[in-house]
Write a protein that binds this ligand. Structure first.
Ligand SMILES: Nc1ncnc2c1ncn2[C@@H]1O[C@H](COP(=O)(O)OP(=O)(O)OP(=O)(O)O)[C@@H](O)[C@H]1O
Ligand SMILES: [Mg+2]
Length: 375
């Protein structure tokens, strides 16, 4: 799957933007704040029904406007038209003119892998970031998992509301059991799937880490979950009194984590900056390979600021993969047109360049396109 046309209206800093991408490498260049990352985010949005960076749609509307719209044409054997409109607090998503009644039904149709300088938060931030990475990756190719996640979340919210309502007083054990039974089934399935996923994903990740870092240091992903010890049904039962007093559910897959190790040591504490960078890029490249293996289709690769924030040797390694024709469509952003051209010069894939200008007023900058035919 690749994206052909993209049109934006009042999306973040873009007033009106029309872009026609090539199937190979697309480079978007322009000064800081010109809206390069926002274009990648718009592509991500069409695939994933939300922004990569900001979950509040209202904040994605261009300042002073009342709505935004993103319109994209994706091509595989056929063309799929995706249109998002947001305004007056309401979002509609259409595929080929038909409105989705549930946004969740769109997940998995278009795969994107977004490599950004913000990926470092996977290592530095709390467990929620890592669960999100796990869930995002698995859900893209497993609808049942996505449904179980959504059910689990609903049950957890209900159970917590029930505990809160009791304000620490004893609760009806039979009523609590009805929550626990259903939550235990969904949670157990999520656990099994996450465990299976880590086993499948880890070799891909190790391969890319080795390639990027050239190190012998062995990285491992450790799936941390209480469910390794006991079934969720038992955990919920054992923690009932504690949950009642704390008025929330303390055990379950919503507490899982993914520990990043390098050799025997936690990456967060002992990894160098370079090792951390290689680690997160390898996670994203493994995500790419996982999607490719599962669907047989190449995801759209979004590379944000790779030549700036990633040092030369790692960016060079990525370009080596690009040169091997491992990837399908790529959209790259960079502040320096010369630098990106230099990196891509020798590659025989199709390339297209887009130059954004910094808006001088509130009006969006025009885009000047130039393209190169394959050598
Ligand atoms: N809702 C909004 N309305 C108007 N402008 C916005 C909105 N949200 C973000 N912006 C603006 O978009 C710009 C950032 O765009 P973006 O992050 O895409 O830039 P960039 O070209 O990737 O810059 P850099 O080279 O620094 O990464 C900022 O100037 C920001 O103020
Ligand atoms: Mg940017």
């Amino acid at each position: 799957m690749h994206i052909g046309g993209l049109q934006l209206f009042y999306f973040k800093n873009h007033e009106e933007q029309h872009l026609q991408f090539c199937n190979g490498i697309n480079c978007i260049t322009g000064p800081n704040g010109s809206g390069k990352t926002n274009i990648l985010d718009a592509v991500y949005y069409l695939a994933n029904t939300k922004s990569f960076f900001n979950g509040i749609d209202q904040q994605l509307i261009k300042h002073g406007q009342t709505f935004f719209s993103i319109h994209g044409f994706f091509e595989n054997d056929t063309t799929t038209e995706i249109l998002v409109n947001f305004g007056k607090g309401k979002k509609t998503l259409k595929k080929n003119g038909k409105v989705y009644s549930r946004l969740i039904d769109h997940i998995g149709i278009i795969q994107t892998v977004f490599i950004t300088p913000y990926d470092i938060s996977l290592v530095l931030e709390g467990s929620e970031e890592r669960r999100r990475f796990l869930d995002f990756t698995i859900s893209q190719t497993d609808r049942q998992y996505l449904e179980q996640l959504s059910l689990y979340k609903k049950l957890l919210d209900q159970r917590n509301a029930f505990l809160k309502q009791a304000e620490g007083r004893p609760v009806d054990p039979l009523l609590l059991e009805t929550f626990d039974d259903r939550m235990a089934i969904a949670g157990q399935r999520i656990f099994e799937k996450r465990r299976e996923f880590i086993a499948e994903f880890t070799p891909y990740f190790q391969e890319f880490y080795g390639f990027l870092s050239g190190e012998a240091e062995h990285p491992t992903l450790l799936y941390v979950s209480e469910l390794h010890e006991k079934p969720l049904k038992d955990l919920l039962y054992l923690n009932r009194d504690k949950d009642r007093i704390l008025q929330r559910t303390g055990s379950g897959t919503h507490k899982d984590d993914l520990e990043f190790l390098l050799g025997d040591y936690p990456l967060k504490k002992y990894g160098s900056q370079g090792q951390i960078k290689s680690y997160v890029i390898a996670l994203k490249l493994a995500q790419y390979k996982y999607f490719l293996e599962k669907t047989g289709k190449k995801p759209i690769l979004l590379l944000d600021d790779i030549f700036e924030k990633i040092d030369g040797s790692r960016a060079g390694k990525l370009m080596e993969l690009v040169a091997r024709d491992y990837f399908g469509q790529i959209i790259i952003t960079d502040t320096h047109a010369d630098r990106v051209k230099e990196h891509l010069e020798g590659l025989t894939v199709e390339k297209k360049y887009f130059a954004l200008e910094k808006p001088l007023s509130t009006n969006a900058a025009p885009v000047q396109n130039s393209s190169e035919d394959p050598d």
